[in-house]
Design a protein around this ligand. Structure first.
Ligand code: KIV
Length: 287
């Protein structure tokens, strides 16, 4: 039985229609509970392949698999009712041909229920692959500039747009993604003056990360914004210090356990005798 939802979900054409309008709010999500918390505030939730680094402790995104993306996509779809959910295509799942991209993207959409995919497509074939999918009914979000999946070619995560050659290449890739029908384009890690140039050159809304406030929308990795890491890239603004909160909570719990202060009477069952002082929701089960 399907869940009743009052608010219709944002669609890829809705996002595309926001070009030049109110900024589009996007964040990454990888789990159902976090998606549920972010959903009321966001237009778009990206199940980014950053999940490999953020949740799985990988050194970069190259090792992320299609199965991992599908599992996290399913979780996010269980948590989000309103925002458009976009699932990233991992490295190796789309580069060989339009056919390969189509087979894997349809798997993502069918198995997760998400409505769109994102591809860090690059090079001369970028437009062809995107068009192949769009023509066959798959909304595609492009991704230009710093492409984390290219880390082994670039040598490190490095912002783009230092040289004229680099600027021309990034701009050309954005144009190709646009002409191929991408409904939005992530512009990551580029010179601050290049992002508005791309934004002006394409019909699709640009979603900046480490780019410029002049993009049509912004995205951040949620765990960065929440302050879960010691180190974050320069472009991140921390809106919370969850690392500190978790550290304090874990230290307080450890101290209570060691001093036998936890569990106390209110946190234990007294069965068959006096009535319990506090009902534990769901008889202690989660769900
Ligand atoms: O994988 C990811 O989270 C991304 C965003 C940072 C744009 O691609």
């Amino acid at each position: 039985m399907s869940r009743h939802v009052d608010t219709p979900r944002v669609t890829a054409p809705d996002i595309r229609a926001r070009k030049g309008g109110e900024p589009i709010v996007c964040l990454t999500a990888y789990t159902a509970p976090v998606a549920r918390l972010l959903d009321p505030h966001c237009d778009l939730l990206l199940v980014g392949d950053s999940v490999g680094m953020v949740l799985h402790g990988l050194p970069n995104t190259v090792g992320v698999t299609l199965d991992m993306m599908i599992m996290h996509g399913q979780a996010v779809m269980r948590g989000a009712d309103r925002a458009l959910v976009v699932v990233d295509m991992p490295f190796g799942s789309f580069e060989a041909s339009g056919g390969q991209a189509f087979v894997n993207a349809t798997r993502v959409l069918k198995e997760t229920g998400a409505q769109a995919i994102k591809m860090e497509a690059s090079g001369p074939d970028i437009g062809e692959t995107i068009k192949f999918l769009v023509d066959r009914g798959i909304p595609v979000m492009g991704h230009v500039g710093l492409r984390p999946q290219a880390v082994n070619v670039d040598g490190k995560f490095r912002a783009k747009g230092r040289t004229r050659e680099e600027r021309v290449k990034v701009l050309a890739e954005a144009r190709a993604a646009d002409e191929a029908g991408a409904f939005a384009i992530v512009v990551e890690g580029v010179d601050e003056t290049l992002a508005p140039e791309i934004t002006a050159a394409v019909k699709a809304p640009t979603i900046g990360i480490g780019a410029s406030a002049k993009c049509d929308g912004q995205i951040l990795v949620t765990d960065d914004l929440l302050g879960l890491f010691e180190w974050t890239p320069k472009f991140v603004r921390r809106y919370a210090d969850l690392k500190g909160v978790i550290d304090k909570a874990a230290a307080a719990y450890a101290a209570d356990v060691r001093a036998r202060r936890f569990p106390a009477a209110a946190e234990t069952y007294v069965l068959g005798g006096k009535p319990q002082r506090r009902r534990v929701a769901g008889d202690g089960k989660r769900g």
